[in-house]
Design a protein around this ligand. Sequence first.
Ligand code: ATP
Ligand code: MG
Length: 426
Amino acid sequence: MSTLKAVRGTRDLLPPETALWNHIEATARRVFARYNFGEIRTPIFEDTQLFARGVGEETDIVSKEMYTWEDRARAQSEKAQSLTLRPENTAGVVRAYIEHKLGETGMLQKLYYIGPQFRRERPQKGRYRQFYQIGAEVIGPHSAGSESPLRDAEVLEMLATLLDELGITGWTLALNSVGSASDRPRYIAALREALKDKVAQMCGDCQRRAETNPLRVLDCKVPEDQPIIDTLPQIADFLDDASRAHFTAVCEALAACGVKYEINPRLVRGLDYYTRTTFEFTHDGLGAQNALLGGGRYDGLSEMLGGPKAPGIGFAMGEDRLVLTLAALSAREAELADYFIAPLGESLNAPALELARALRQAGLRIEVGDGSFRLKKSFETGNKLARKIILLGEDEQQSGILTVKDFASGEQSKIARAELVKPSKE
Ligand code: ATP
Ligand code: MG
């Protein structure tokens, strides 16, 4: 008999790796608690209509990635119900918000979830058919402040904190505004107009999208299409005053609390329910699947699902990708030398080698640059090879007080050579 294996795109998670998953989830729960979020658990499968209406018929998720089946009818008179394994969790959370009348409390609902999601995508590194998301939503009546740009900024600041606490360094936050429901039609009309005489040169997917959902053209990853996409109108020019003021306020609040971001006018995200703020955190260590998490505002979603007006904002992080990033970062960490010595001038090459010898004898892992390097090149090379850099100039050589910079923290300090060469304890 042939042996059975886990289905393509799914996998088993085993110890010791599961310890890392538990660590990530525990860290997320701890951080969410500090921001006063509570956990919600919604069913793994829902009525197919929820995703068709909530996520959007024309999205990749609904049009080709869902696991959908007809449930058996219980009686002959009953119609079989179409059910779907959840491909994302925001629609389910908003359904629950409506079903349990959470809006009637008059308070903001701050909910987080952790669990599996299902999409029939082509399996590859960082992309699975059963994957795990950690997400959160802030949703409530307008009177509770749910539309405030402060909510957007607070969610983004929480994410920066969570990634920092997980030890994920080197992420980038891309931010955009896709405008309100009334800005969008004007932009889409302009996009359609601009695409008219360009789309014939674009990929097959774009030709289809130009008809059905022109916004999705901006998501296209085909290299040949990129120069064409760069010439298309940008949504920023179609925002009304209220949307523009909202976006400016989000950016200002982020700047005030020191969260770095880049504005990406093409970031429209793959789900139809987004309004105003959209965002993505990416990480270079992930290769092609570089998105750690994505999210945005969905001020009209509750109404799209037949509920009351309930603006909201949320995100979903790919837990599988957090695990991959942490594993890559710790592998890199293990490869790094303790110090990179940068001699500042060729006359300091010989003293640099002498210092390296002393530090190596003390048990430290050392790389040495060259006095012909410019300072910038020393820093770049050092950053690739070591955790810290030692600048060895004439002054340092004379005084024996070395200038040391830690690449991770950016901190620069003066350390006596005698301190560094103390033999290690091992
Ligand atoms: P991508 O552009 O990578 O396909 P997406 O825009 O489809 O991402 P979302 O639907 O916003 O992503 O989901 C949020 C996060 O969930 C993504 O940033 C990613 O980290 C993760 N994710 C999405 N699809 C998968 C998948 N098939 N396997 C693993 N993680 C996934
Ligand atoms: Mg996707």
